[in-house]
Write a new protein. Structure first.
Length: 185
């Protein structure tokens, strides 16, 4: 159901009465992490809108979560984690750290001198065996978070989204013949 407000107006050249509908709320994300329609949330709708701005409305990358961290925020999608600078209008220039799940080994919570950080361990270049293992050659960008509980929550969300990403990579692509076979049986 579309949430909107209807207004009537007359089209001057044709003198035809037209129905004009104005949006009341932002659209919610149509697919949650498990593939189900989530309950509406204004914060999640803002996050979905931010993701569409960052990806130029690419619908193959879907929104998972958005969390405020200090004055910045983290936007977690089905393919990438975006760390964004503050601002009303979000575009590619607002990204100060972007980590694709293909490059991410894991996300951990780390403490240093009483401050809490999210530490994202990025995979190193593939070795001669073709296996990337964690070690000193890895990049480990860290992002300051205001509380340990929030850092734990975000870390869990990122690691969960990463596991969903890899699960999708192992899934067989749907074929046109599959639908036909299901109808025949």
């Amino acid at each position: 159901m579309w949430a909107g407000r209807a207004e009537y107006e007359v089209d001057p050249p044709t003198n035809v009465l037209r129905l004009s509908v104005q949006r009341v709320r932002k659209p919610r994300c149509c697919k949650g992490p498990q593939g189900l329609l989530p309950r509406y949330s204004a914060i999640q709708a803002d996050g979905q809108e931010q993701l569409f701005r960052l990806t130029d409305n690419i619908h193959s990358e879907f929104f998972i979560a958005v969390e405020p961290i200090d004055s910045n925020c983290v936007l977690i999608s089905s393919k990438v984690v975006y760390f964004l600078k503050p601002g009303d209008y979000v575009d590619r220039e607002a990204i100060f750290l972007e980590v694709k799940y293909d490059d991410l080994y894991h996300c951990l919570v780390s403490k240093d001198h009483g401050k809490v950080y999210l530490q994202l361990t990025k995979k190193a270049e593939s070795t001669s065996s073709g296996v990337a293992i964690p070690g000193p050659s890895h990049q480990k960008p860290m992002v300051h978070v205001k509380s340990e509980n929030l850092a734990i929550k975000i870390s869990q969300e990122i690691n969960y989204a990463k596991s969903l990403y890899y699960e999708q990579q192992l899934k067989l692509p749907a074929s046109e013949n599959e639908d036909y076979l299901l109808l025949e049986s």
